[in-house]
Design a protein around this ligand. Structure first.
Ligand code: NAP
Length: 293
């Protein structure tokens, strides 16, 4: 176990970020919990016996990231770990989701993590020590139809993490990626809200959305865990002298990620169509249940 860590976490108003702040504080670390609206996390710092300090941080705003890092450095004298947790999911077909919504998705989930990482790295490099924890998803390794904006953003975060891990290793900085499956938070409700217009609309993909919703509600919920389960893994990664490069969390994550690597693309497509109850492509329609060659 490493000494008491000074940890800055984004997106602590609810879910995984909030649970990670509480878990890290419980284990004796010095926690800076952040949110776009500090009022949403004020209660975190007010509980008896809790030492969590709260900060305003909007990952879409570079000066806000820099100010949050400066605030940690001036209060604690150092910054040992950053948890890039803030994020949300934009669902909808590739065609339905507007470019503006695609951009917003990448701005929070990819550039948001980048802004905070770039703000934190100079202090970590100077200290020749630090840990960056990027909260990705099963969607960072498996591209799920009707969730391409989210999955592609998480794929980008995974790719950045792989390069970053090697680039910062000479400075003694570690990079770990967390890959949760379905976790019980506000996440799914927000995702539905962001996709509401497609789910209720009457476009060419409308007949397919109910199957995708059912898959999200049933198939992808298997082995669902509370946010505290992810929080424990995040803090384990921070405490580790040599964290693993990736931490899948939930049974689904541990099953689906290696399976995706092993199965041929066409076979995986077929499984996805089956799960989403999509009609077969016209070339296969004479035998809808035929497996790909
Ligand atoms: P959540 O309860 O909705 O929490 C998301 C957090 O991100 C909130 O605190 C939210 O703050 C914050 N956020 C969103 N946009 C932000 C921005 N521009 N700047 C700063 N904060 C922002 O969902 P969660 O499940 O805990 O999600 C946390 C992370 O886990 C996300 O990266 C998500 O992709 C990942 N994840 C979740 C699941 C799951 O099933 N829940 C699965 C895999 C991965 P506001 O209150 O200000 O919006």
């Amino acid at each position: 176990m490493r000494r008491e860590q000074v940890i800055l976490i984004s997106g602590c108003s609810s879910g995984i970020g909030r649970a990670a702040a509480i878990e890290a504080d419980r284990r004796g670390h010095s926690v800076f919990a952040s949110a776009r609206d500090p009022r949403s996390i004020a209660s975190l710092g007010e509980q008896p016996g809790v030492r969590i300090r709260v900060l305003r941080l909007d990952v879409q705003d570079a000066p806000s990231c820099a100010a949050a890092v400066q605030s940690v450095l001036s209060q604690a004298g150092r910054l040992d770990a950053v948890v890039n947790n803030a994020g949300y999911a934009q669902y909808g077909s590739v065609e339905d989701v507007s470019i503006e919504r695609w951009q917003a998705q990448f701005d929070v989930n990819v550039f948001g993590a980048l802004r905070l990482t770039q703000a934190a790295l100079p202090a970590m490099r100077r200290a020749r020590s630090g840990t960056i924890v990027n909260v990705s998803s099963v969607g960072g390794k498996v591209s799920i139809p009707f969730a391409a904006p989210y999955c592609s953003a998480k794929h980008a975060l995974e790719a950045i993490s792989d390069a970053l891990r090697v680039e910062v290793s000479p400075f003694g900085i570690r990079v770990a990626v967390i890959e949760p499956g379905t976790i019980t938070t506000r996440f799914e409700a927000r995702a539905r809200h962001e996709a509401d217009s497609f789910l209720k609309g009457a476009g060419p993909y409308s007949p397919f959305y109910p199957g995708a919703e059912r898959a999200m509600d049933v198939d992808l919920r298997k082995g669902e865990l509370p946010p505290e389960a992810v929080a424990r893994v995040i803090v384990d990664a921070i405490e580790s002298e040599q964290p693993r490069t990736r931490y899948p969390v939930t049974f689904l994550a541990r099953l689906l990620i290696p399976l995706r690597r092993l199965l041929p693309d066409r076979y995986f497509d077929w499984q996805m169509r089956k799960m989403l109850k999509l009609p077969s492509p016209p070339s296969l329609s004479s035998d809808a249940t035929r497996r790909p060659d």
